[in-house]
Design a protein around this ligand. Structure first.
Ligand code: HEC
Length: 270
């Protein structure tokens, strides 16, 4: 029998099952189904890879990753959003019996069952059938899982508060001096939890953009309003005075000004 070039096949699914698997068969036994590794096969691999690479490059140019302001651990009002591939888990955690007191169920039990079922799949379904329609139970489970993942992903996108998210993540340049003792000693421990680490807004409104005068701020801080507590008993009159002047002085700046005042001090602080 005429032999090929001595190359053997490894794991080509087009080749029929062979009952003496230990023996490597020569590729000349499969006329018309073979190709040389170099250059034919490698060239195809390379072209496929290049197409995807260029595709991804175009995608990143057309949709650059959104950049938000510097992460701020003191800002408890900020609502973080996971990347798209975890949105379904994020959404599941919002359901009544998967959140709050039932957090364990949403965070550990449900994902645990899903991953466990996936791990045990070879034992749970050991049918020899290769056609998915002949393995109805497994196929149904798979389709239901996909359905849940697609639906919850869609739901989390559709019901997310994008407006607040954009406002919270916005990069705002201001004359806020985070090194100022008034900011460090009073504002950081009393106000940033609601108004954001750079006072650009969180669960409470942005304090930089509106043009507030010291009397107005003082009235808000002393008496509170709506969701905002009164600080009359927690802060001394002098502290309230300092805070009010500090907040009243805040204003938006252009990018260049801000780089000299705020951002530099932020960097040296870390
Ligand atoms: C518990 C959250 C919370 C804390 C803490 C808090 N605020 Fe507020 N603040 C709010 C909310 C919510 C509003 C909007 C209230 C409304 O309009 O009904 C607000 C409104 C304000 C306003 C009015 C803004 C405007 O444009 O009308 C000022 C000024 C203000 N806060 C300053 C402060 C200062 C200074 C501190 C720290 C001493 C502080 N807040 C602490 C939640 C908070």
């Amino acid at each position: 029998m005429k032999r090929g070039k001595g190359l053997t096949f490894v794991g080509d699914s087009r080749v029929q099952k062979y009952d003496k698997p230990k023996l490597n068969r020569d590729y000349s036994e499969f006329p018309g189904r073979t190709e040389e590794f170099y250059p034919d096969f490698l060239l195809k691999e390379w072209v496929t890879g290049a197409v995807f690479l260029i595709g991804f490059l175009c995608l990143t140019v057309a949709h650059p990753a959104p950049l938000e302001r510097v992460a701020d651990p003191t800002d408890t009002g900020y609502i973080p959003l996971p990347d798209w591939y975890f949105l379904f888990l994020y959404q599941i955690l919002k359901y009544t019996y998967a959140s709050g007191p039932f957090n364990i169920i949403g965070a550990i039990v449900m994902p645990g069952i899903a991953v466990g079922a996936l791990l045990l799949a070879p034992w749970l379904d050991n049918s020899k059938e290769r056609k998915w329609t002949r393995r109805p139970v497994t196929a149904a489970m798979m389709l239901i899982s996909f359905g849940i993942i697609f639906y919850t992903t869609w739901e989390s996108v559709a019901y997310h508060d994008w407006e607040t998210q954009n406002q919270q993540g916005q990069i705002v340049f201001s004359n806020l001096d985070t090194e100022d003792p008034v900011f460090q000693d009073i504002i950081r421990s009393n106000c940033t939890s609601c108004h954001g680490g750079e006072l650009t807004g969180g669960s409470g409104p942005n304090l930089i953009e509106p043009d507030l005068n010291a009397e107005t701020v003082q009235a808000f801080v002393e008496n509170g309003t709506g969701e905002m507590p009164a600080f009359k008993d927690q802060l001394t009159d002098e502290e309230i005075q300092q805070v009010s002047e500090f907040v009243a002085n805040l204003e938006l700046t252009s990018e260049e000004d801000a780089t000299n005042s705020t951002n530099d001090s932020d960097v040296s602080e870390e």
